[in-house]
Write a new protein. Structure first.
Length: 387
């Protein structure tokens, strides 16, 4: 047991990070497990798979031994050597002053990065595209605090296919560089009423492994989802859990075949239009096929399909007086939502006054959040606030 979390949970998270390509984060978690239990077999096997592959009998790289008589040099600074070190073929290490630069200096093909003072910056500092710039415009130190392993994974940029289809919520003429202070308010469960400020670093939500620990939620995964900021906007990233990440919305929401949504406690999945392809002759006996129909599936606990409806035209959903009624669900309003055909897709419209309708994000995808948006992770409901 490490920090209230079992070693098996940490190993599962490390394996998940390996699959996502975050090798440093996986090694960090595996090292914690092996410090607590050096005989943990799964952790040892995962650490072997994360270890770099080297050729047999290959010599280990040796770091240069500093001259004990020379003064200490702070990190990131260069010191000219009195005696030039052996120069590899094709590498010109001469500086503009005529001396010899450190053997760690970049090759001439890499352009030198000059600071405002005219000094050459360290090759180990972040490139200009990865420098952390706070709201004041001053470049943050590369030796500042390092994000945790999970946070590094969720700090990736959104795919172009997602960012290109999003609309800008800011009013016309608003300053895009104006910083906002985001918070996440817990609406349900033992933590109801808690407001969690969202800093520039990512906030991971999960069971036993996140900054916001929700162990009592049986539908919550260890690394369920992450909230992070990009360009002063708040985003949520799905961690690929079985229960998924559900987000409320304003206006019509497009549903493609295979997409899921929820009204009240009901989970529904759009299966697409009914297949109307011709059948071989002689025809098998059956009921006439309805024209222009689409299918909707009712999903029960455990992601088990319960029943499928074949619907036509606009369909209303609610607790009473609709085409699809769920009388026993008290979390539904009488007229809660509406489904409208749109070619091979559907348009989902939220008609509830306050309780909302939610759509599930595709696994491992991201979505930008607006102020007031509600997000359901497992059975825990959150609301986004800002000031």
């Amino acid at each position: 047991m490490t920090g209230g979390r079992t070693n098996d949970q940490l190993v599962d998270a490390a394996i998940w990070l390996l699959v996502q390509g975050d090798k440093p984060g996986a090694e960090e978690l595996l090292a914690r497990v092996l410090r607590d239990d050096p005989t943990h077999e799964r952790a040892r096997q995962a650490m072997k798979s994360a270890a770099p592959q080297t050729a047999p009998n290959a010599p280990m790289p040796q770091a240069p031994i500093p001259n004990a008589t020379q003064p200490m040099v702070p990190p990131g600074a260069f010191r000219s050597a009195e005696t030039p070190l052996p120069q590899p073929p094709g590498l010109n290490r001469k500086t503009s002053a005529g001396g010899f630069a450190s053997p760690f200096a970049a090759a001439p093909s890499t352009p030198e990065r000059k600071t405002s003072s005219g000094l050459v910056s360290s090759p180990f500092a972040p490139t200009p595209s990865s420098e952390r710039r706070p709201a004041s415009g001053v470049v943050a130190s590369p030796y500042g605090s390092t994000p945790s392993a999970i946070e590094r994974h969720f700090a990736n940029t959104a795919p172009a296919s997602l960012t290109s289809t999003m609309t800008d919520p800011r009013p016309v003429g608003a300053d895009p560089t104006l910083a906002r202070s985001w918070s996440l308010e817990v609406l349900t469960g033992p933590h109801a009423g808690t407001s969690v400020p969202l800093a520039k670093r990512a906030l991971l939500v999960g069971r036993g492994l996140g900054v916001l620990d929700v162990d009592e939620d049986p539908f919550m995964a260890a690394a369920h989802a992450s909230f992070f900021q990009r360009n002063n906007e708040l985003w949520v990233s799905d961690g690929g859990s079985a229960s998924g990440t559900w987000v409320s919305f304003d206006g019509p929401q497009r549903l493609n075949p295979g997409d899921s949504f929820s009204v009240g406690l009901q989970r529904l999945r759009y299966l697409g239009p009914l297949d109307t392809a011709p059948v071989d002759s002689p025809w098998p006996y059956g009921a006439p096929r309805p024209a222009a129909s689409w299918r909707l599936e009712h999903v029960l606990l455990g992601n088990r399909a319960c029943r499928t409806w074949v619907m036509r035209g606009v369909v209303t959903l609610g607790r009473d007086g609709c085409q699809l009624n769920f009388e026993d669900d008290e979390s539904l309003e009488a007229f809660h939502a509406e489904l409208r055909p749109a070619g091979s897709a559907l348009e989902l419209v939220d008609r509830s006054k306050s309780r909302g309708t939610f759509v599930a994000l595709p696994q491992a995808s991201e979505r930008r959040l607006l102020e007031g948006t509600r997000v359901r992770l497992g059975s825990t409901l959150f609301r986004v606030t800002s000031r």
